[in-house]
Write a protein that binds this ligand. Structure first.
Ligand SMILES: [Zn+2]
Length: 181
């Protein structure tokens, strides 16, 4: 069993940019297995390695009955279409806020054996790829919200049972300029 505790907002590992994977070795395959088992156990849509305390550019997903992973992801947006809908995060449990994302994404990267792969996704898969790739840059979905929605999210966070005022969450404001441009 390799279900691993999920780090919560306030843990500095969630704010540290992750390193690219260089060695596609046994350790990496174990990380992918741990991530995937932890994700399935938590019943989430996606889980990035920093969320289990590992600073490598890897995430797992379970979207529309497709379970997979992507290593060293690079996102491409084939068009300008956007979506707006509820988003949550296993590191910010119980908090769901409408978040704007691109509707369509082509995510290029590698599988655990080092073979190049690409995921062409729309809707939830596209949202997941953007959310998880953000994690690898130390960015959380609450950073993507406009001021009013961020306020709503922070209120919900402060009211959460897991919220720890000793390690208050850092929320970045517009880390990458205007999102969706
Ligand atoms: Zn998340």
């Amino acid at each position: 069993m390799s279900v691993t505790p999920i780090r919560l907002l306030g843990d500095p590992v969630l704010r540290s940019p992750a390193d690219p994977v260089v060695d596609f070795d046994k350790e990496l395959r174990r990380l992918v297995r741990d991530l995937t088992e932890t994700l399935l156990d938590a019943r989430g849509a996606g889980l990035a390695a920093p969320q289990i305390g590992v600073g490598l550019r890897v995430f797992s997903f379970d979207v529309d009955d497709v379970i997979g992973h992507l290593i060293n992801p690079v996102l491409h947006f084939p068009d300008e279409e956007e979506q707006d809908g509820p988003e949550g995060c296993l590191s910010i449990p119980g908090v769901y806020v409408d978040t704007k994302r691109r509707q369509n994404v082509v995510a290029k990267g590698f599988n655990r054996h080092g073979d190049p792969i690409q995921i062409v996704g729309s809707g939830l898969m596209a949202r997941c790829a953007q959310h998880e790739t953000d994690h690898l840059d130390g960015v959380l979905f609450v950073d993507r919200l406009d001021a009013a929605r961020r306020k709503e999210a922070m209120k919900a966070i402060r009211e959460s049972e897991w919220y720890n005022p000793e390690a208050p969450p850092l929320v970045k404001v517009s880390p990458h300029g205007v999102f969706g441009r």
